[in-house]
Design a protein around this ligand. Structure first.
Ligand code: AP5
Length: 195
């Protein structure tokens, strides 16, 4: 398996780039945000619990998210590899992911960290909030809370992977195609090393 994490703050372009990466490199895209929104729209018990946190811009509890990703990996175990988008977001999630992948004699090959300034993040999300209907894009206060939560609990996850030497920083401002070119280059280099 070739497993990749697309890492970055809310609005850094993870979702946008993930769709292009998954298609080009034939990876299974797993977005915990998308999975949670699906649970919410299906009005499941998990969705109802998650909504309470998401609407406030806070992270959903680790146990909920880890259980969800574990099921998603289990039901896609024959894929070429996974592209994790929005997961892991805490050190506990990163440790759980390592254990899950070990069950398939696999690990994280590459972490691409998208770097975008806070002003640009807020501007993008406020713009999207006008049309997306996402409750967590509704106003600047919630958006800033999500970014705060990222700095407090998620940014540290990059250090976790830094120790394994698998992190590559990618400038996340500019055109979507230009950023994708840099991402593709980084993935191709890693694939060459792995082959
Ligand atoms: P999630 O769905 O993961 O949202 P997020 O991390 O806040 O990220 P976004 O989807 O807002 O942004 P993105 O980085 O994907 O950027 P995008 O491509 O969309 O999580 C939502 C919530 O669920 C969390 O707050 C949390 O509560 C919960 N959750 C999820 N995972 C969890 C976990 N593991 N643990 C606990 N809780 C969890 O782009 C953003 C906008 O910018 C778009 O409008 C896009 O068109 C635009 N854009 C993209 N690229 C560019 C560019 N280059 N130039 C200009 N605009 C651009």
């Amino acid at each position: 398996m070739f497993n990749l994490i697309l890492f970055g703050a809310p609005g850094s372009g993870k979702g946008t780039q993930s769709l292009k990466i998954a298609e080009k490199f034939n990876l299974k895209h797993l977005s915990t945000g998308d999975l949670l929104r699906h649970e919410i729209s299906s009005e499941t018990a998990l969705g109802k619990e998650a909504k309470e946190f998401i609407d406030k811009g806070l992270l959903v509890p680790d146990a909920v998210v880890i259980g969800m990703i574990s099921k998603a990996i289990e039901s896609n175990k024959t894929v070429r590899g996974f592209l994790f988008d929005g997961f892991p977001r805490t050190e506990a999630q990163a440790e759980a992911l390592d254990k899950l992948l070990k069950l398939y004699e696999s690990s994280i090959n590459l972490v691409l960290a998208l770097e975008v300034s806070e002003d640009e993040l807020v501007e993008r999300l406020l713009l999207r909030g006008k049309t997306s209907g996402r409750s967590d894009d509704a106003n600047e206060e919630i958006i800033r809370e999500r970014i705060k939560e990222y700095r407090k609990k998620t940014a540290i996850v990059a250090d976790y992977y830094e120790n394994n030497g698998v992190v590559r920083n990618i400038a996340g401002e500019g055109t979507v195609d230009n950023i994708f070119e840099h991402i593709s280059q980084a993935i191709n280099e890693e694939l060459e090393v792995a082959s």
